[in-house]
Write a protein that binds this ligand. Structure first.
Ligand code: SAH
Length: 202
């Protein structure tokens, strides 16, 4: 997975490649998908949701440029896999999921895989998690119609927000840096995520 799907497609950050080599992806999918865990695709995790394709997880982590000691907020816990990879990059990860059953299952799977330090919260992540703000990096694994303003406001100066922005049929991954002049937006790869629901989502 790391060589063929990530390194070969332009993931160059060694820390991200090493983190993804360490996290056991099979620990975050169901029994029926054990043999498919490392395939180049998203997989169903129930409740109409998916664990993201490995490449999307890698590019989000690389773009967010997470360093040890960074406080990180992950929106859309889903299976917990992205949160586990982030926690290999920094020991200070909060994650928010709106579906209580997914949040609970992710909490159990993270704990069982040795990532019990990840703080799993239940709620509307489109509004961020103000009680633990500010964050050095915020990543969103669901598609937003526009840049979620509450998330931007919970960044430190020079903090990075990585979020797929666009319609339900397809989006562009955007990286938005908090700067004195306002949001500095760069567009990256095309992508297709499940919708971000909630106050600042669809
Ligand atoms: N990062 C996940 C991918 C999950 S898919 C993984 O590695 O498995 C996106 C997730 O975002 C879904 O679980 C969905 O329920 C959740 N989601 C959608 N809108 C949300 C919101 N407003 N707040 C929190 N989670 C949300």
């Amino acid at each position: 997975m790391v060589e063929e799907q990530l390194a070969a497609r332009g993931i160059v950050d060694r820390r991200v490649l090493d983190a993804m080599a360490r996290v056991p992806r099979e620990a975050f999918v169901g029994q029926e998908d054990q043999k498919r865990a490392y395939l180049d695709m998203p997989l169903r995790i129930g409740f109409g949701q998916t664990i993201s394709q490995p490449y999307m997880v890698a590019i989000i982590c690389q773009t967010a440029d997470v360093r040890e000691g960074d406080r990180v907020l992950d929106i859309g816990t889903g299976s917990g896999y992205q949160a586990a990879v982030l926690s290999e990059l920094s020991g200070d990860v909060h994650t928010v999921e709106r579906i209580p059953q997914l949040a609970e299952r992710a909490r159990e799977r993270l704990e069982a895989a040795g990532y019990g330090s990840v703080d799993v919260h239940e709620g509307d992540g489109s509004l961020g998690l103000p009680e633990h703000a500010p964050y050095d990096a915020i990543v969103v694994a669901a598609a937003a119609p526009d840049m979620p303003t509450s998330l931007y406001e919970q960044l430190v100066p020079r903090g990075r927000l990585v979020v797929p922005v666009g319609g339900p049929e397809g989006q562009r991954l955007e990286v938005i840096v908090r700067s004195p002049e306002g949001p500095a937006i760069t567009r990256s790869v095309p992508c297709r995520f499940v919708p971000l629901l909630g106050a600042e989502g669809f």
